[in-house]
Design a protein around this ligand. Structure first.
Ligand SMILES: *Cc1c(COP(=O)(O)O)cnc(C)c1O
Length: 394
């Protein structure tokens, strides 16, 4: 989401500023520190056996055939579009309501992002909003599971199959979210994941692509490593000298074994993290029921969110504006954030052109993300709700 925080990630230490309520804290502990230390002391710190193990464990967790660990979700999205063979002049339908990396990935392959609107309840693309902007030049669609709220991928996959358009899933925020009882990413053509500290599990920086296609997976492993036909890890493991060749122009998009070691521990925490986030989200929903004019994000009928971002949308006639609300919360020692950004309104997309995107603009102008982290106490939640309630005049 737009609160793609830069800078150092807060560690396991409680509250960096005592009394202040942060918007998010990664759930990291001694186990992650030990795993990273073991990787360092093993002498193998670049992409190696721990990356391979993390890929297998992650793919198994989301029900995909293959996982390709990468340096970020942004590079994962880039390689997804390289895999699809996109070229300059091609159009890719994307939501504007997303972290800007979604649209930028389309630019990396020289194609043109065409912004589609979203539905207000989930913040996600729908069949109708995609249909409204696709043209004969459309070559692919990227759907985002925004803030961890799953998009209706069954409907979107069916529609895209009918239009003969590949559907890429930006699942940066969505590890642990489900559709029809199954993990987001299951059955996806290509799904891209993020392990940035603002997401549900973290490796510091890092990403993953998952797919069921073995030949794509093989090519993706090459593409992340300069297009080499033999990986550095394979070469190292061989007792004979191995001459590599470079089959196409690739990239250095590798993850390190230090990151993967941390990722393996984080994966083991995933169920606990999601359970905690869902419990806190349910409590927010109940408390916010007493605040008139604030609509909290909730599970869609077809799936379950991991509540990576807990956002609320004030009604049009809410007594105070969003930015004022953020200021009042900040004064009370509460770090909330603007809601999801609208990429088409950023200077990087000035003059780019877009169909009217009224829902996107409304959500990005008016919504805010409330604090939600595993160590959040009920008292802290009550403090947040008390401020909102007062501002609502209730
Ligand atoms: C965070 C995010 C990204 C980028 O992830 P990185 O791993 O930081 O590159 C892409 N898309 C969405 C929807 C995101 O929230």
């Amino acid at each position: 989401m737009s609160t793609h925080t830069a800078g150092p990630a807060p560690g396991p230490a409680p509250d960096p500023a005592p009394g202040r309520i942060p918007v998010m804290l990664p759930w990291l502990g001694e186990e992650e520190a030990r795993a990273a230390s073991e990787a360092v002391l093993s002498g193998w710190v670049a992409q190696g056996p721990r990356v391979a193990e993390f890929e297998r464990a992650f793919a198994a967790r989301v029900g995909a055939g293959h996982g390709i660990a990468l340096s970020s979700c942004t590079t994962a999205l880039h390689l997804a579009l390289v895999t699809l063979g996109l070229e300059p002049g091609d159009e890719v339908v994307v939501p504007s309501l997303s972290f800007i990396a979604t649209a930028n990935a389309v630019r990396y392959v020289g194609a043109r992002p065409v912004f589609a609107d979203v539905e207000e309840a989930t913040g996600n693309l729908t069949v109708a909003t995609v249909d409204a902007v696709r043209t004969p030049r459309t070559r692919a669609v990227i759907v985002v599971h925004q803030g961890g709220v799953p998009a209706d991928v069954h409907a979107l996959r069916t529609a895209c199959a009918g239009w003969a358009l590949p559907l890429v899933e930006d699942a940066a925020c969505a590890i642990g979210a489900t559709v029809g009882g199954e993990s987001v990413g299951r059955g996806a053509l290509l799904a891209a994941w993020s392990f940035h500290p603002r997401k549900v599990i973290t490796t510091g920086e890092g990403g993953m692509l998952t797919t069921d296609d073995a030949r794509w997976a093989e090519r993706l492993r090459r593409l992340r490593e300069h297009g080499m036909n033999v990986s550095a890890a394979e070469r190292h493991a061989s007792s004979r000298p191995v001459a590599e060749s470079y089959l196409e122009v690739g990239y250095n998009y590798r993850m390190t074994d230090i990151q993967a070691a941390v990722g393996l521990v984080q994966l083991g925490r995933l169920d606990a993290i999601v359970a905690r986030r869902r419990a806190l989200a349910a409590r927010y929903a109940q408390l916010l029921g007493a605040v008139p004019g604030l609509r909290p994000v909730r599970d869609p009928g077809y799936g379950r969110s991991n509540f990576q971002s807990y956002w609320v949308l004030p009604a049009g006639d809410f007594p105070v504006g969003r930015d004022k609300l953020l200021a009042v919360l900040a004064e009370a020692g509460i770090s909330a954030r603007r809601g999801i950004m609208a990429s088409h309104l950023e200077p990087a997309y000035e003059g780019h052109g877009a169909a009217p995107l009224p829902v996107t603009e409304r959500i990005s102008r008016d919504s805010l993300i409330l604090p939600l982290f595993h160590t959040m106490t009920h008292a802290q939640q009550d403090r947040v709700v008390a401020v909102l309630r007062e501002q609502a005049g209730a």
